[in-house]
Design a protein around this ligand. Structure first.
Ligand SMILES: [Zn+2]
Length: 456
């Protein structure tokens, strides 16, 4: 009998494999960070003993969800700047306090934000770190990933231009050389840590030069990582591109090589038919952020049109200042509801498609489909145990439908990432949560004070 690190037995496994099989009364055998076997519980127990054994009797195991777009620092700005359009919100609620943020502040924000992600079934977060000129802020977010055990992709932000006429953002905060050197430094620092990856986040179209975009495309290719950019979130995007570059945003991204690099486009709320075809031509991935788009009062991207074209779409919370939380369970429900209302068709984006977008398609959206997004032998052991025996989810008829439309954080009982139990029976391992929330309150109040934000 082989002794391994973790056995989960007596479960119903939502595999999200190619046939979308649901295996009832099965178990998972996990060695280090990999699923090495999936069998009927009795067969599994005949073959393996576990250093730790979790009996998930009658409960469901889902692959860990992938939150494809986030700004973890915004946990400190949760609730600030409501009822404002994007530009005003950025200027008044984000830019001002963001440039006062310290390493300790951002570490706390990332820790609290990742905890809410873990509690709502997320095992991988893409953190789009705004340009800031303080390289250590990126390291602080990665440290929070490491300390909690969550899988994280730190997308390092950059800006080299601030000439958008209606926008008075901060001056350029670092040189181009500093930025590219720091991306390489981060890449090198975390290259042997399998739970952390580094990507590039070259601002938004109006904070970057043509040359800057070209260099980001080139570096992403060199490091075999991806670019992620806020794309066509609002009308300002194309208006700026047409005025400045004489072509639309997507055509400009094509010209600069961004479309040819691995590219996760975020939002795409203003996208048209021609642009959808162009994204497909270059196999661009899209991150759909329903709640933040709704909160800022913009229209939705036509998700079904993208799916019909064969574009990979992941879903996301976005930052906590435009959501106003990190609860992926809400994203699971609101993402399809908005599409049904938009198309005036209850059949679009069925529950299974939403779970695909949160898992296997989400993994594809971040170029990690080979490792993440489904529960199969050889894949990373990232999953959560879903206990449906609660008032909001009992009785259970279809686990997929139940997860999407009825579940909340209380149904996520245990979360495992890279083979490690990071939350068990609702408790985050190794963290005093009450003390943490006390601390972030005083930290945030000090930051708001330094930034002249009135405390209500
Ligand atoms: Zn965003």
């Amino acid at each position: 009998m082989e002794h391994i690190d973790l056995l989960v037995i007596n479960a119903n496994i939502i595999t999200m494999n190619a046939n979308r099989e649901i295996l009832k009364g099965y178990g998972l055998a996990i060695k280090k960070d990999i699923i090495i076997d999936i069998k009927k519980t009795d067969d599994l127990l005949n073959e393996y003993s576990g250093e730790k054994v979790i009996d998930a009797k009658g409960k469901y195991i889902f692959p860990g969800m992938i939150n494809t777009h986030n700004h973890l620092f915004q946990v400190l700005f949760k609730g600030i700047g409501k009822e404002k359009d994007l530009i005003k919100w950025l200027e008044e609620a984000i830019q001002k306090p963001y440039f006062n943020i310290s390493e300790e502040d951002i570490y706390l924000a990332a820790t609290v934000g990742c905890i809410e992600n873990i509690k709502s079934g997320v095992t991988t977060v893409v953190d789009y770190q705004y340009a800031n000129g303080k390289p250590k802020l990126n390291d602080a977010v990665c440290q929070a990933f490491l300390d909690l055990g969550i899988r994280g992709i730190l997308a390092r932000g950059y800006t080299d231009s601030t000439d958008f006429p209606k926008y008075s953002g901060k001056e350029i905060v670092e040189t181009e050389e500093d930025f590219f050197n720091d991306v390489k430094r981060l890449h090198k620092k975390y290259m042997n840590i399998p739970t952390i990856d580094i990507a590039l986040a070259p601002g938004i179209i109006w904070v970057m030069s043509e040359d800057g975009f070209r260099k980001c495309a080139k570096l992403a290719n060199e490091l075999d990582t991806f670019n992620t950019i806020h794309t066509l979130e609002t009308e300002e995007d194309n208006a700026y591109s047409l005025e400045k570059h004489g072509v639309s945003t997507i055509d400009f991204y094509e010209k600069t090589g961004i479309l040819k690099s691995k590219f996760l486009a975020v939002h795409c709320a203003q996208i048209n038919e021609k642009e959808i075809k162009k994204l497909k031509k270059y196999d661009v991935r899209v991150s759909y952020n329903a709640i933040s788009n709704m909160l800022i009062g913009y229209k939705t991207l036509p998700v079904q049109d993208l799916l019909d074209e064969g574009i990979v779409v992941g879903i996301a919370t976005d930052g906590a200042a435009s959501n106003d939380n990190q609860n992926m369970m809400e994203v699971l429900k609101i993402s399809p509801l908005w599409q049904k209302a938009f198309y005036r068709d209850p059949a679009v984006i069925p529950a299974l498609k939403v779970v695909e977008m949160a898992t296997i398609d989400g993994a594809d959206a971040i170029y990690k489909k080979e490792q993440l997004g489904s529960l199969e032998i050889g894949k990373k052991a990232d999953f959560f145990i879903f206990n449906h025996r609660k008032c909001n989810t009992a009785p259970l008829y279809d686990p997929i439908v139940r997860l999407v439309y009825s579940a909340d954080e209380n149904n996520v009982e245990t979360t495992v990432i890279a083979g490690k139990v990071v939350m068990e029976n609702g408790k985050i391992i190794g963290i005093d949560e009450d003390a943490l929330y006390e601390k972030i309150q005083s930290t945030a109040e000090e930051l708001w004070k330094r930034s002249n934000i009135e405390i209500v």
